[in-house]
Design a protein around this ligand. Structure first.
Ligand code: HEC
Length: 259
């Protein structure tokens, strides 16, 4: 009896547990927490300083950001809005598509839904921000192991420092052919990691937090309702568990007379 009850409970909780353990991903986990308002606020501020010059968030209004992140209208106007935009407007950029094309060879895309657009979700953005390295063969001098050949410069280099790739010779398979590199290629060799000979203003741990905060902000922007929905989900599961227990008590009560 107790066993079957536990089993029923386990069945009920299974989806929640599966969701908590997350999907498989070869990338480093961003460990973003959409309920952490301080992280989202830092992310919004970093985004406005370092990213909004090129990338718009065309589906997102400043006013919504204020509301969701617990900021006042004044705080948003003073700290997040550059230029003459109004708080009710969408977050646009100073770069128009033609200039972007001319300057970078590629127009910087709108990032409203970027954290959902990639198969790895927000983790992709987090790993991308951490994976810029110096590569003289590229027009802007930067390359990226997560997005090889990306035409975006490393805008956070002053914080992170300048990463140089650490490489090893390509492995050969049994037939003597080169095997593919896992992390990307540099000058015909495989990248195994990075070193930072020119240090930035932040330690690696601090820069992880910077990348995490920006990623969290972009994940929030991609799904502003997600914070609310997740907390509703927890209550729904708790309710179901409680309801099962009630139903069990009712059953015991009914069968008492039958026996
Ligand atoms: C100087 C302009 C510029 C700035 C500033 C800039 N980017 Fe970019 N970004 C680009 C360009 C250009 C691309 C397109 C790269 C390509 O497709 O080769 C891009 C691409 C991206 C992509 C990949 C988009 C996709 O569709 O795959 C992400 C994510 C991104 N940027 C995030 C950021 C973040 C976060 C910041 C701020 C920390 C930032 N960018 C700052 C120019 C910029």
């Amino acid at each position: 009896m107790i066993k079957s009850r536990l089993f029923a409970l386990a069945l009920l909780l299974a989806p929640a547990l599966a969701a908590a353990s997350g999907g498989e991903s070869a990338m480093e986990s961003s460990q973003i927490d959409l309920t952490d308002k301080a992280s989202l606020q830092r992310g919004a501020s970093l985004y406005m300083s370092y990213c909004s010059g090129c990338h718009a968030l065309g589906f997102h209004r400043y006013s919504r950001t204020a509301e969701d992140l617990g900021l006042t209208k004044e705080q948003v106007e003073q700290n997040l809005i550059y230029g003459d935009a109004k708080i009710g407007e969408n977050i646009r950029t100073g770069v128009n598509a033609d200039d972007g094309l001319a300057w970078f060879g590629k127009a910087p895309p709108d990032l409203s839904v970027i954290a959902r657009a990639k198969a790895q979700g927000p983790d992709w953005v987090y790993n991308y921000l951490k994976s810029f390295y110096i590569d003289e063969s590229r027009p802007l001098g930067w390359n990226n192991t997560v997005f090889p050949g990306a035409s975006m410069p490393h805008v956070l280099w002053e914080l992170q420092g300048i990463q140089h790739p650490v490489t090893e010779a390509k492995h050969k398979n049994a037939a003597g052919e080169d095997e593919a590199c896992h992390k990307g290629e540099y000058q015909g060799r495989c990248i195994t990691g990075f070193e930072i000979p020119v240090k930035g203003r932040q330690t690696p741990e601090e820069f992880d937090r910077t990348a995490r905060d920006i990623t969290a902000f972009l994940a929030y922007v991609g799904e502003p309702g997600a914070v609310k929905r997740e907390s509703v989900g927890v209550w729904a599961v708790l309710f179901l568990a409680f309801f099962t227990f009630l139903a069990y008590l009712v059953k015991v009560e009914y069968w008492r007379d039958v026996h």
